[in-house]
Design a protein around this ligand. Structure first.
Ligand code: HEC
Ligand code: HEC
Length: 610
């Protein structure tokens, strides 16, 4: 192919840049532009997952913000197809015959089945699953897929022949990623709402046990070849208030890699990943080298890969030390960090273990790592705008661990995917120590001021500055950092409500509940009004404690309220029934009559549908 002409007027400084530009233009061939024709111009790809076909001729990526799957010819790095799938794809899987590609559409609540034949990728079927499908695994016979449904707290078993849902297996809350043993008998599921890993027997369709260890943001999972262990990265919250001393000791948020046994319940074994002074944040992807000598994880917040020698790795009960073990940190034959930039997510090894493929979200690219040389050998551009938009800059800041003191965590560590990590935390945002507050979801947040539970923060700009300097103890924002963060927050919305009927309408019970919600007796609309069910004012509903620096609370938005793990500012309620029967009982809040059990039941149905 002929290189496009690039005029270089400043030979000394310009040459390198011109070569780079020429190389960049060469990569974006006219064919590649044509392939992207199905996607609106200027849309970022943001790959989050990837896989190789068994013959290693083809690479597939799930592109989260383009809502597509790309098919790449490995030999040339050429993107030969980019096919639409469901909204916000999260994970990919391939049937053992390599003829079908499965992809979860997390915000369209579905599983897309694409056919792959002779370098052609085409849509075949879509199965509606509801409730934010994320991780997928396929049975060894290729007949079934197991899909984690995050907000249903269950695994859908999909018959791929029909295709239709065969069964739903309840697991812990907020399952995201999962892995299946090679014999198809055990399924390991990372349950983020319960901070643990559920182990499921696929024959009986029952959860055998939940090994819980207060882990949060559990990443992707891989099972060892002998089927005994599942490996995954995660973060821990050590319950201490945000101070420089606590952060540096690893007593606020810290990163770990762990393994859980699949053949019987034993406490998980983990190793801390954070070097003192220069920590690691938001570990996400995982890959064991084919000889299982190495474990690689992507620290997406610190834009790097971590290489850990597996034999002899200091995996200990309860996670051992606060920082990475000193002996491991010093031993460059056992531990290395490779900066790759952007936001590295999923990882896959080639069969010979010589190459490692990295889905890099912010770079809109797949990076090919020369494993022995520990360097990026090749970057495959999947497509995206040349200049990041303001919102994309904000997204980069949001996921940047380097914005926090010694780079221990990012905004995304607490507001996972712009939602919440399901915890109560002490950010001292309420002016006090020891008052743990539920991490608020940021979906629709720019439209629901004032901010914080107490609603004392009237300016979102100031809230952002405070998040950077006080929640993160990082450097003060510069230039357009704050407008960029706000532009990113503008994009955060909940998925369509999965409790609604297929046509988006309310069930009969929810309709009756709506009447209760709007009734004089329940009085909810006095405070929960407008499109987000909050009047933006402060109300004392009797839930404060003596010594609170601020009086009253701002009614939280009720849009998406079905999808909380903890309710009310201090997380004292576990579900909507508990909220309304106990601390936020309408009779107590408004002083009017008690609701009948049926009114309450219908009211809860309505709340779930918001
Ligand atoms: C250590 C965890 C943590 C980190 C890191 C963090 N937040 Fe928060 N965030 C919280 C908690 C907890 C609250 C609720 C605080 C309160 O109400 O007192 C909150 C509240 C907010 C709110 C107000 C939401 C509302 O509905 O009122 C916004 C906006 C926000 N955070 C954005 C960010 C951004 C942007 C960053 C990164 C610059 C960030 N946060 C970093 C935990 C965190
Ligand atoms: C006087 C104002 C007021 C009225 C009336 C009121 N609420 Fe609230 N509501 C609030 C406030 C303030 C909070 C936050 C309190 C806290 O977290 O401490 C809240 C919290 C909630 C929550 C928890 C949301 C979350 O994310 O944790 C739910 C659910 C809720 N209200 C539903 C209702 C329903 C249903 C009604 C009617 C039966 C109602 N509220 C009546 C002010 C009110």
């Amino acid at each position: 192919m002929k290189l496009p002409m690039v005029s270089c007027r400043f030979p000394m400084i310009g040459l390198g840049a011109c070569l780079l530009l020429a190389a960049f233009l060469a990569l974006r061939s006219p064919e590649a532009e044509q392939v992207r024709a199905a996607v609106p111009p200027g849309v970022d790809c943001s790959p989050v997952d990837l896989l190789l076909t068994p013959d290693e001729q083809w690479l597939l990526t799930a592109n989260q913000t383009a809502h597509t799957v790309s098919l790449v010819r490995v030999a040339t790095g050429e993107v030969v197809a980019e096919v639409p799938c469901g909204q916000r794809p999260t994970a990919l899987a391939l049937t053992p015959d390599a003829k079908r590609v499965l992809v979860t559409g997390t915000f369209s609540h579905d599983l897309s089945i694409l056919s792959l034949q002779d370098g052609k990728l085409t849509s075949q079927a879509t199965v509606r699953l509801g409730f934010e499908p994320r991780g997928i695994a396929v049975s060894p016979d290729g007949k079934r897929a197991y899909v984690a449904l995050t907000s249903a707290h269950e695994i859908a078993v999909v018959d791929l022949e029909k295709p239709a849902v065969l069964q739903r297996i309840p697991v812990g809350r907020w399952p995201r990623y999962l892995a299946l043993t090679a014999d198809g008998k055990r399924l390991a599921v990372g349950c983020n709402g319960d901070g643990g890993v559920a182990v499921v027997d696929t024959e009986t369709g029952k959860q055998l046990y939940l090994e819980d260890f207060a882990g949060l943001n559990l990443g992707q999972m891989q099972i060892s070849a002998d089927g005994k262990f599942v490996y995954f990265p995660f973060m821990v919250y050590r319950q201490q208030p945000i101070t420089p001393g606590n952060i540096r000791l690893g007593w606020v948020l810290a990163s770990r890699v762990a393994r859980v046994r699949l053949d019987g319940r034993v406490r998980r074994e983990a190793v801390a990943l954070d070097p003192p002074g220069k920590a690691v944040s938001d570990p996400h992807g995982i890959a064991l080298s084919p000889d299982e000598q190495w474990l690689v994880t992507s620290a997406s917040g610190t834009h790097e890969l971590l290489f850990l020698k597996l034999p002899g790795l200091e995996l200990q009960d309860y996670g051992g030390t606060d920082h990475i073990p000193a002996a491991l940190l010093k031993d460059t034959a056992r531990f290395q960090r490779l900066p790759v930039g952007g936001r590295p997510m999923a990882l896959r090894f080639s069969k010979d273990g010589k190459r490692l493929f990295v889905a890099n979200y912010l770079l809109n690219a797949v990076q090919v790592i020369d494993f022995a040389g520990r360097q990026v050998e090749r970057t495959i551009d999947l497509g995206g705008p040349k200049e990041p938009s303001l919102a994309r800059k904000g997204e980069a800041i949001f996921h940047d661990g380097q914005r926090s003191l010694d780079q221990w965590y990012s905004c995304g560590s607490c507001h996972y995917e712009g939602h919440t990590n399901a915890l109560t935390m002490d950010t001292r945002n309420d002016g006090r120590n020891g008052n743990y507050k539920v991490v608020l979801s940021l979906r629709n947040v720019t439209r629901t001021g004032p901010w914080t539970w107490h609603g004392w923060q009237k300016e979102l700009e100031l809230a952002m500055q405070k998040s950077l300097t006080d929640s993160m103890l990082g450097p003060a924002p510069k230039d357009d950092d704050v407008p960029a963060l706000i532009a990113f927050l503008e994009t955060l919305q909940p998925p369509p409500n999965p409790h609604r009927l297929a046509d988006g309408t309310l069930s009969e019970a929810a309709q009756l509940g709506k009447a209760v919600f709007e009734s004089e007796k329940a009085g909810c609309v006095r405070c929960h009004s407008g499109p987000y069910f909050t009047d933006g004012k402060l109300h004392d509903v009797g839930l404060g404690v003596p010594g609170d620096a601020y009086k009253g609370f701002n009614p939280p938005s009720l849009v998406g309220v079905y999808d909380r793990r903890l309710y009310l500012h201090d997380g004292r309620a576990r579900n909507l029934e508990d909220v309304l029967k106990g601390p936020h009982n309408p009779a107590k809040v408004t002083g009017r009559g008690e609701l009948t059990p049926l009114e309450l039941k219908n009211l809860v149905e309505y709340l779930k549908s918001l």
